[in-house]
Design a protein around this ligand. Structure first.
Ligand code: HDD
Length: 706
């Protein structure tokens, strides 16, 4: 991916935070928090008797400060989305949306708006693994000239529940169970699936989370959705309902489940490292930003309610209008004050944007503000990562724990005799709520269209490719297998008959349910655009930032090793050489290469592709190493591209051992068979790291799992 000149230097948020930023360097002496230099940081003051074994003195203010500060380092982790990572970036418009909104951030194409984006998983605690099956958070804070605008979204466009009052229930059900705090970072347990069954409104969302969307390859390769319905208001006061979309330039890609499970143990930080490494190397991830718009008067024209967060707005009916681009281009300097203390609020909007009566959004608008107070205290918006970059001043919001800002002047109320801190009229940029007429009576009720729960779940399932459908069946089978209460797995597998009878029967068969014989709701086979992730392929495919392993052993062929390595690196791939030890490995022609890792330190799951150079003795040497052999077998099962040249070809052939995979015999040109690229002679000609087609996926599934 090309790295364009971006606005790193022009980013107003960096200048703002720099006021609070210090750097650890060799010159500055160590001090206490109150600034006194410290001469001995290693010994607590004590009574020095003859053998220096006297009592420790509580009077040591330096030691007390150090221990006390340590004792209080922790703050409550987020009650959901505790595990996450973030980065800074910028937002640029390429088309003004002034026909539908007055918001400067969506109309002024000359602006570069600084932002912070935090990705997360929902269920696990702060120290859980990155690659669990879960929804991923996609929370964007834009520091606009009119105040902060937060889009607190997910990588899945719908949600489990329709009414915010159910949020504590759905979260309790997915979190570790109350009696034993098990399981961590998993939805595969009784309580979650019990709740899902008892709330048929979750049916659509649980199709999505059982799909490959819930095990992304990278945060950089997922979509972001605002999920809830907001409003945009234009200069004439006209309202459109809106959904926000972020579509990744790299396309949407996922792990396979076996790989995701293994990476949880092999590298629990896989996703956060992937993001940081890409940004560090200058491969800035980008997303196109789009709007789906429904004019207010057309709100009732659909067979679903556009304010129901368990429904998508089908793109056939409401196309996405792409108007901007989001880029991440700088890693954080310190995790805690930036990523841990960043605090989002769905209620943070700017003039030109407003809410809707979406009952989930209304509850969220209360919850986020509230949770920040318990996590960070009442002055959380003054923290450097959270404060706006535009001028801001409230005479009235004062005091409270950890007040940081000093507001000069003699009055702290409005109105005051000086007319100080006056409100701004809408014409001066003041926010005015959309004057929606209201009539009705109080009731705990949702509109009738909220009661239909299966149609879009069927459409989602119908729109998946065969492979994706197979993954959904396997995911349900895994999850319900982990439920030990027969009531849970029997009822839930039966419920799937509301989606697709074959799916329900397969899952019931696998998990011990009673295979249903009749559909619970007839499936008319309706499909829609934008649901299968295979539709999201990059416009320009790239190998940049993909992790490629090169396996070597004594006697490897140096020219083919270097040609392939250099070519891959020139295209931005992250290439790692793996050998038996991190000691010089001798090439056939005498050169010595020190591998980046040894076989016991890494696993194939952590790489996207593998290459084995030729060499007289390489095949025999690798064949003696169990990890090297399994590397190839497992890479094939995980649908990775595998390449080998000359003497490496029979080694690869043996590990795969399937007649269907045709590897090049000597003297022929390169062959690409089910993603296995082999060849003889010129390494550059062999270097065609193939796109693994669906037929390869089917074959690999058969290979490892049946
Ligand atoms: Fe939420 C955090 C996304 C429904 C209450 N939520 C949180 C984060 C994301 C979402 C990405 C992490 C933000 C960060 O990185 O700090 N939540 C969603 C989406 C929802 C949703 C897309 C459905 C449309 N959430 C939702 C409801 C409620 C909450 C219905 C409560 C009524 N969410 C919270 C929270 C959290 C949170 C408890 C925990 C930490 C935080 O807010 O800052 O207030």
């Amino acid at each position: 991916m090309a790295t364009t000149a971006n606005s790193r230097t022009a980013n107003g948020k960096f200048a703002d935070m720099s006021k609070e930023t210090v750097e650890v360097n060799g010159q500055q002496h160590m001090t206490t928090d109150s600034g006194m230099k410290i001469s001995d940081p290693d010994h607590w003051l004590r009574v020095a008797n003859k053998s220096n074994t006297g009592p420790t003195l509580l009077e040591d203010q330096i030691a007390r400060e150090k221990i006390m500060r340590f004792d209080h380092e922790r703050i409550p982790e987020r009650v959901v989305h505790a595990r996450g990572t973030g980065a800074f970036g910028t937002f640029k418009l390429f088309e003004s949306a002034e026909d539908v909104t007055t918001a400067g951030v969506l109309t002024d194409t000359s602006r570069t708006t600084p932002l912070f984006l935090r990705f997360s998983t929902v269920q696990g605690s702060k120290g859980s693994a990155d690659t669990v099956r879960d929804v991923r958070g996609f929370a964007v804070k834009m520091y606009t000239d009119e105040g902060n605008w937060d889009i607190v979204g997910n990588n899945i466009p719908v949600f489990f529940i329709q009414d915010a009052i159910k949020f504590p229930d759905v979260i309790h059900s997915v979190k570790p169970e109350p009696h034993n705090e098990v399981p961590q970072g998993q939805s595969a347990h009784n309580n979650f699936w019990d709740f899902q069954y008892l709330h048929s409104e979750t049916t659509h969302m649980n199709q999505w989370i059982m799909s490959d969307r819930a095990i992304p390859r990278s945060f950089r390769m997922m979509q972001g959705f605002g999920v809830n319905t907001y409003s945009l208001i234009n200069a004439q006061g006209k309202r459109h309902f809106v959904k926000f979309h972020f579509t990744p330039e790299l396309g949407v890609h996922s792990l396979v489940w076996d790989e995701a499970l293994k990476i949880c143990g092999q590298d629990p930080d896989f996703h956060r490292k992937d993001l940081m490494d890409a940004i560090e190397a200058g491969h800035y991830p980008r997303w196109k930003f789009g709007l789906q718009l429904i004019p207010e008067e057309k709100k009732d024209n659909f067979d679903f309610d556009p304010l129901d967060a368990t429904k998508v707005w089908p793109e056939e009916l409401v196309p996405i209008r792409y108007i901007g681009e989001l880029e991440l281009n700088r890693n954080v300097d310190e995790f805690f004050p930036q990523t841990e203390q960043v605090a989002f609020c769905t209620s943070h909007i700017v003039p030109g944007i407003d809410f809707s009566d979406d009952p989930l959004l209304q509850g969220r608008n209360f919850s986020y503000f509230d949770t920040q107070i318990s996590r960070l205290g009442p002055n959380w918006e003054e923290l450097p990562i959270n404060r706006p970059v535009c001028p801001y001043l409230s005479l009235v919001n004062r005091d409270g724990a950890m007040k940081h800002r000093i507001t000069k002047g003699t009055v702290n109320y409005w109105p005051n005799r000086f007319d100080a801190n006056p409100p701004a009229a809408p014409a001066q940029g003041g926010f005015a709520s959309y004057p929606e007429p209201q009539h009705g009576f109080k009731a705990r009720a949702l509109s009738d269209k909220f009661k239909e729960h299966y149609q879009q779940a069927q459409t989602f399932y119908n729109s998946l490719s065969q492979i994706e459908k197979m993954h959904v069946a396997k995911a349900f089978s895994f999850e319900l297998d982990h439920c030990v209460d027969p009531v849970v797995y029997k009822r839930m597998s039966e419920r799937l008959a509301a989606i697709n009878l074959d799916l329900a029967r397969t899952v019931a068969q696998n998990v011990g349910g009673d295979p249903p014989t009749k559909a619970l709701k007839e499936n008319q086979g309706q499909k829609a655009r934008g649901l299968s992730q295979l539709e999201y392929q990059p416009e320009t495919p790239t190998i940049a930032t993909r992790r490629i392993a090169i396996l070597i052993a004594d006697g490897f062929d140096y020219p083919s090793y270097t040609t392939i390595k250099e070519t891959l690196q020139a295209h931005g791939a992250f290439v790692f050489t793996i050998g038996a030890q991190r000691q010089g490995v001798k090439a056939e022609s005498g050169q010595s290469v020190v591998p980046d890792h040894h076989f016991s330190g890494m696993r194939s799951s952590l790489f996207d592709a593998v290459f084995v150079p030729g060499g007289q003795h390489v095949a025999a040497a690798l064949a003696k190493n169990g990890v090297a052999k399994f590397w190839i077998t497992e890479s094939f099962a995980h649908l990775k591209a595998i390449a080998g040249i000359n003497e490496a070809v029979p080694f690869i052939e043996r590990q795969i051992g399937l007649a269907e995979v045709k590897v090049a015999s000597s003297g022929t040109a390169a062959t690409d068979s089910y993603g296995v690229v082999t060849g003889h002679g010129d390494p550059a000609a062999t270097l065609k790291v193939a796109n693994v087609g669906p037929e390869a996926k089917g074959l690999a599934e058969r290979f490892i799992w049946n």
